[in-house]
Design a binder for this molecule. Structure first.
Ligand SMILES: [Fe+2]
Length: 247
């Protein structure tokens, strides 16, 4: 009788405490979270449709975050206390067993946050700051020539990947593309040391296929209507002043 009145409750309390601790540990490992959109799913209409934004953000982007956390949880001896951007910049310190998963899914998580924050509803798109526009004209000849060149980089990226506008170590603007979920945020780990991204175009099919099917060119041209130029200009200023990436 004594067992049921004294020992069993104590055992249950101990078990409950262990479960709680496990939950805390799991919460600690589930460090990275899906960054919320700054606008509604319909805000990019008609250039990017509501259903695409919903699926892209709440399914694809969310899946990268979940898989990143799962990869990190599978390596209990590895802990990293920094931001996701810092984790990607230090990919070479990630255990080899999960490095590929962190590269793909961490890259996917970070790139998409950067992408969503590169966009804005058409009526809030604005235009590049005077400083950025001056640099665009200096490095590409004209704003139109720049857009044509970046659109071409997006369209010609073979398979899935990204087109990026970056600032190099001399303050010059460069257009580059990356395969899969590779990112300038990974720096020297993917041969992109010193390139600071300020604008991204996602050219994975999931970014445009529902509305544009195989017409990537149309999507890459349409996206110029919804660029958040205020944000891109701020990133440019940050890159020049601090040599660092601004989300
Ligand atoms: Fe995507």
């Amino acid at each position: 009788m004594k067992f049921f009145t004294v020992i069993l409750p104590l055992f249950c309390l101990f078990a409950a405490t262990c479960e709680a601790n496990q939950e805390i540990e799991q919460t600690k490992k589930m460090k990275y979270e899906l960054t919320p959109l700054e606008y509604s799913s319909s805000a990019l209409e008609p250039w990017i449709d509501t259903r695409t934004v919903d699926l892209h953000h709440y399914k694809h982007h969310a899946a990268y975050v979940d898989k990143l956390n799962a990869a990190l949880a599978s390596a209990p001896t590895f802990s990293f206390g920094g931001s996701l951007g810092e984790l990607l910049a230090n990919l070479d310190t990630v255990p080899e067993a999960i490095r590929g998963a962190v590269r793909n899914n961490g890259g996917g998580a970070w790139n998409h946050t950067f992408y969503w924050r590169s966009l804005a509803p058409a009526n809030m798109s604005g235009e590049p700051s005077d400083t950025l526009m001056e640099a665009i004209r200096r490095d590409f000849g004209s704003f139109e020539a720049f857009k044509t060149k970046m659109t071409a980089a997006a369209v010609s990226q073979f398979g899935s990947g990204w087109a990026w506008l970056c600032v190099d170590q001399d303050g010059n603007l460069k257009i580059v593309s990356t395969p899969n979920q590779d990112s300038p945020a990974m720096g020297g780990c993917v041969g992109m040391k010193g390139l600071i991204p300020i604008l991204a175009i996602d050219v994975w099919e999931h970014a445009y296929y529902l509305k544009y099917q195989n017409r990537r060119q149309e999507y890459a041209e349409a996206i110029w209507n919804i660029i958040n130029w205020k944000r891109v200009s701020e990133r440019f200023d940050c890159a020049l002043k601090t040599q660092s990436i601004s989300l």
